[in-house]
Design a protein around this ligand. Structure first.
Ligand code: MN
Length: 302
């Protein structure tokens, strides 16, 4: 085993196999009536990244030091939410343009529409999107402003995007209104309710089948992961914790399969809120990044 930590492998820059980008904004949570704190997510994510010292995987013998991982830094912190969204679209776009995969760490979930927009700008074919989230996040804007509950409504209303290429994954019916579920279905989106997945199949196989179904028509896929999709006992440090949710093992396996799938060009991780709980959730957020990288390593070896 080497003594490398993940952080020691990461070079500043916007080109690599996987490129980190931070979105240190949480006004979108406040607008949606939630608790602030997620703006410190990127900073604390990097802190716990430095503690993650397993770079070589002892069982699979895969070694993340074979990947080039870069850190493009953060979106400017002291600007308005709307300016931050615009900077995010442009900087995520630059990373995509260089042929790298952006891994964007929030910050509030409103980051997902600017991220999707960057991918829509740069893909000539169809884009597919999977939102792993307890919530559907298709609420209307509030006083004309985007917020943490609205990113996928903006996506569904974007003419560059086709609603039948949208999957809501691990949604929880006790946290989603019938009106919003109907909005997704009326726009030809698909909802994989967590309870239904568990009854029918298993979470990981369902996620892989959602990915494969999208690739029948889509050239490029964005996987968006809200940490509140994980049970509150495992991920308490999120803006809106729920009791029920994915297990840690399911969350990391989803990240692994997203990393491994050749059509996944963009991944974002939202709602890590260190003001509510820092260490357990921070370590889990980093484990999701690690498993994405292990999956990506296998993608490149095939
Ligand atoms: Mn969300």
């Amino acid at each position: 085993m080497s003594n490398n930590t993940l952080e020691n492998l990461i070079c500043p820059g916007k080109e690599g196999d996987v490129v980190l980008l931070g979105f240190p904004h949480d006004e979108g949570v406040a607008i949606n009536g939630g608790r602030p704190g997620a703006k410190s997510g990127p900073e604390k994510f990097r802190f716990w990244l430095n503690k993650y010292d397993t770079v070589e995987n002892s069982r699979t013998e895969s070694d993340i030091s074979n990947l080039k991982i870069a850190d493009a830094g953060d979106i400017s912190p002291d600007i308005s939410l709307e300016e931050a969204h615009s900077e995010l679209t442009s900087r995520t776009g630059e990373i995509l343009q260089s042929g790298s995969i952006p891994f964007v760490v929030g910050g509030s979930n409103d980051q997902s529409y600017p991220n999707a927009s960057a991918l829509l700008d740069r893909t000539s074919g169809q884009v597919g999107v999977i939102n792993i989230d307890a919530h559907l996040d298709v609420r209307p804007l509030k006083k004309g402003r985007a917020h943490s509950g609205s990113p996928f409504r903006l996506l569904m209303e974007d003419r560059r995007f086709s609603g039948n290429h949208f999957v809501e994954f691990a949604s929880q019916e006790n946290q989603c209104s019938c009106e919003h579920a109907q909005f997704v279905l009326n726009n030809n989106g698909c909802i994989y309710w967590l309870d239904a997945i568990r009854q029918r199949d298993n979470v990981i196989d369902s996620f892989r089948s959602a990915l494969n179904r999208l690739t029948e028509e889509c050239q490029s896929i964005f996987v968006s992961f809200d940490l509140d999709s994980i049970a509150g006992s495992d991920a308490p440090g999120v803006s809106c914790p729920g009791e029920i949710g994915l297990s840690t093992e399911e969350a990391t396996a989803i990240a692994y399969h997203a990393g491994k799938h050749p059509a996944v060009d963009l991944f974002d991780l939202s709602e890590y809120n260190p003001a509510i709980e820092e260490e357990r959730t921070g370590r889990l957020a980093v484990a999701i990044f690690y498993h994405f990288c292990i999956g990506y390593l296998e993608r490149t070896q095939k």
